[in-house]
Design a protein around this ligand. Structure first.
Ligand code: HEC
Ligand code: HEC
Ligand code: HEC
Ligand code: HEC
Length: 484
């Protein structure tokens, strides 16, 4: 019977040997695992540049030698293939899509040319080429386009940078938005390089140095994705109008108090405001900000590659990367999340369309009233309403992400725009009937961009020719400078 006993029964000490062997293997596996995790941590922490980067180094390629993953994903913003319903990196000609915009901006360069934005890698090329820079612009216009800006500001002084003309600075501006704009070259910490943001906070008693790490992941974007104006006729000093707050009404109060006018409307003669892109301002009124998210959470999600975790620098529409952005937090399908975005955008768009239609009619009717001798006094109330209505409409429209970032606030603002533009038309109806003008005032055919531009008297053929010869004169020098 003895032979029938198992090996372990015959040699009980073997059980202990097996036990210790297993324990050792588990221990070694644990050690190996821990070292892998540590490495991973290390490779994420390893931010010491292999080749030191000079202060104010504008060339993204030079930074890229140290940080190839960030550089490669950053460079991918050159891609213009992704299009969503209202956003994406493909160009959308907004005037073609919504011809009423030409009427709303009559007398202002935006009525010539306005396209939905592309990726950061195209910033310099796009501002050089737009027909809006066919009219003389200040140096300030370059501020949010290039890593050469911090370098030049440091070299020539901030005030002198703004005061220079767009043409004077042109040859110096060679590198697109990039590393220098958001990072300290020695530590790679996020840092603010645009004085306008620091100054705006200081006026409100806030120190940007006190911002938390998570806040900085939005503040770097707030350097450019905000409402702004150029202060002073000669100074053209870039200023963020946040002294009274960041809502559409608070910013309007700021502008009204200093009697700021961006341009006089060529049809209604209204002293107008032009909204820039209040992305950061509107974002703060939405649920994702209130739950602690930063811009980078959706537009620059983390990515893993060969055990290395890094930040995806391909800043674009998150709809092109729902798995990497939204699905980190939401468990719904890509289709459901895309639909959530589109639903909000479409509802806001419906209201925006109503406001555009009413505003276009108000400008055209105001023109009719003026042609029939309406007095400055008669028109004052109408023009005030038009100014207020269009500012509200533009505040929402100019923030391309706003209808998703903050749908409810956008709808509220547009509701006010609709109310004020309707009120302007009621006032106009009274003036026009006093003048004996037959109503409704006949509307011109403005169903396409070209027809609307012809109606407001733009000779687009001539404008394009002038721009072309301007670029032919100037670009060879600017591009030759790049080769130096
Ligand atoms: C628009 C602002 C912006 C620009 C431009 C930018 N970065 Fe970043 N970068 C960030 C943000 C935000 C993070 C995330 C920081 C964090 O959460 O700690 C980051 C993180 C990093 C990190 C830390 C490691 C990582 O991947 O998270 C490195 C290295 C880096 N960036 C390199 C670069 C390089 C190189 C360029 C230029 C090719 C560049 N960045 C351009 C905003 C920017
Ligand atoms: C130095 C100024 C600057 C900074 C900093 C900056 N942006 Fe931009 N951003 C721009 C400009 C200018 C454009 C339009 C470029 C064009 O159309 O040529 C743009 C375009 C975009 C687009 C549209 C891209 C596309 O594919 O359609 C998104 C999204 C965006 N930025 C998000 C961000 C986020 C998020 C941050 C912060 C992490 C940020 N930006 C930081 C200036 C800036
Ligand atoms: C919760 C995710 C989320 C956060 C956080 C977020 N965005 Fe967006 N953003 C989106 C989505 C979704 C869109 C719509 C994209 C589309 O229509 O294709 C968008 C659109 C945009 C656009 C227009 C891009 C385009 O392709 O037209 C810009 C610019 C933008 N966001 C900037 C910002 C800035 C600046 C911040 C921080 C102040 C921010 N976003 C925070 C999700 C986010
Ligand atoms: C870092 C986490 C995080 C990411 C990334 C994120 N969300 Fe959210 N989202 C939240 C939180 C938190 C809420 C608020 C819900 C709550 O508190 O119950 C929210 C709310 C929402 C809501 C409802 C808000 C409303 O307007 O009614 C939608 C829709 C939504 N997210 C879509 C998206 C989409 C689309 C993306 C990607 C572009 C995205 N989220 C990315 C965390 C996130």
């Amino acid at each position: 019977m003895d032979e029938k006993k198992s090996l372990l029964q015959r040699k009980p000490w073997l059980t202990w040997v097996l036990f210790f062997l297993t324990a050792l293997v588990v221990f070694l596996l644990g050690l190996f695992g821990a070292s892998v995790m540590e490495r991973r941590g290390e490779s994420y922490q390893l931010l010491q540049p292999v080749k030191p980067i000079a202060e104010w180094e504008p060339r993204n390629e030079v930074w890229g030698e140290n940080y190839p993953r960030e550089f490669e994903t950053y460079r991918a913003t050159i891609d213009t293939t992704f299009a969503s319903l209202h956003g994406g990196s493909a160009t959308i000609d907004m005037l073609e899509r919504y011809p009423n915009l030409v009427i709303l901006w009559a007398g202002y360069a935006f009525s010539r040319d306005y396209s939905q934005s592309r990726g950061h890698y195209h910033a310099v090329e796009d501002i050089r080429n737009t027909l809006r820079t066919g009219v003389p612009q200040p140096g300030t216009c370059w501020t949010c386009k290039s890593t050469d800006v911090p370098r030049l500001m440091n070299q020539m002084g901030v005030a002198n940078f703004y005061k220079a003309t767009w043409e004077e600075l042109g040859p110096e501006i060679q590198n697109n938005i990039g590393c220098q704009d958001c990072h300290d070259p020695k530590t790679m910490n996020l840092r603010i390089t645009r004085p306008a943001l620091i100054e705006a906070y200081e006026r409100r008693g806030v120190k940007i140095q006190d911002a938390t790490h998570q806040e900085m992941r939005s503040q770097v974007c707030a350097q450019c994705h905000v409402e702004y104006y150029f202060k002073g006729k000669a100074e053209k000093y870039l200023t963020f109008p946040w002294d009274k707050g960041v809502t559409a009404e608070e910013i309007e109060n700021y502008y009204d108090a200093i009697e700021h006018v961006d341009w006089t409307h060529s049809l209604s003669r209204t002293p107008m405001l032009k909204a820039q892109h209040p992305d950061w301002e509107l974002f703060q009124l939405g649920i994702h900000y209130q739950r602690g998210l930063s811009c980078a959470d959706c537009h620059m999600p983390y990515r893993a590659e060969g055990g290395v975790k890094f930040t995806n620098h391909k800043i674009t529409s998150p709809l092109s990367n729902i798995a990497g952005s939204c699905q980190v937090c939401h468990r719904e399908s890509e289709q459901a999340l895309t639909q959530n975005v589109y639903d909000r955008q479409e509802k806001v768009r419906q209201l925006a369309g109503m406001a555009e239609d009413l505003l276009a009619k108000a400008h055209i009717e105001a023109r009719m009233a003026l042609d029939h001798g309406a007095t400055t006094q008669q028109m004052a109330a109408v023009q005030k309403l038009i100014r207020q209505a269009q500012w509200r409409w533009d505040f929402v429209g100019a923030s391309h992400g706003g209808s998703f970032h903050t749908p409810l606030e956008c709808a509220r603002i547009l509701g006010n725009a609709i109310e004020k533009s309707s009120a302007a038309r009621v006032e106009l109806a009274i003036i026009l009937s006093k003048q004996g003008v037959q109503q409704p005032v006949p509307m011109p055919d403005i169903s396409t961009k070209a027809k609307a531009q012809a109606y407001i008297g733009l000779d687009m053929g001539k404008i394009r020719e002038e721009k072309k010869s301007f670029l032919m004169k100037i670009l060879p020098q600017w591009l030759a400078r790049r080769a130096d």
